[in-house]
Design a protein. Structure first.
Length: 157
């Protein structure tokens, strides 16, 4: 990923991360954007140069302009190398044109060459389109985290 593209990419990631956490009920709207910036500072203390983090622009088939981006990590724990998909985005006007499917294929080839044996990711429960796509390309749900909101968020029966 080009450094000049990274700045706009980071802004979109942080904003979408904050919105996703608010929509899911994990975070309150007030302070969510600031909280997301803090999280990203922890995850990417050196920006594009943060070790074990990979950033790629997803390019159009014709013209070679960016239609999206992908960010993932590669880690080794207990002698097992795995990858975590941190963020992927296809710009709205380029969705449903095969770019995500192609990007995931190239992503899988790339990490397999690094000795990775699995890819993990998180998708918010309200993002049905992403869940369907990930299922179509072979991802499975190994478990489900659940949350019950208490206090002012809880409905009285």
């Amino acid at each position: 990923m080009r450094a000049d593209y990274y700045a706009s990419y980071l802004q979109l990631c942080v904003t979408n991360y904050a919105e996703g956490n608010v929509t899911s009920g994990y975070w309150l709207k007030e302070g969510a954007l600031e909280r997301a910036y803090v999280e990203f500072e922890k995850m990417l203390p050196q920006g594009l140069a943060t070790p074990d983090n990979y950033f790629f622009e997803i390019m159009s088939d014709e013209g070679g302009y960016p239609v999206g981006f992908i960010w993932f990590t590669v880690k080794e724990e207990h002698r097992i190398r795995s990858s975590w998909l941190c963020y992927v985005e296809i710009k709205a006007e380029f969705r449903r044109q095969g770019y995500a499917r192609k990007a995931f294929h190239e992503f899988e080839v790339f990490v397999a060459a690094l000795g990775v044996s699995s890819i993990g990711l998180h998708v918010f429960s309200h993002n049905n389109a992403a869940q369907a796509f990930y299922s179509q390309i072979g991802f499975v749900v190994p478990g489900i985290n659940m949350v019950k909101q208490l206090g002012k968020h809880q409905q009285v029966l």
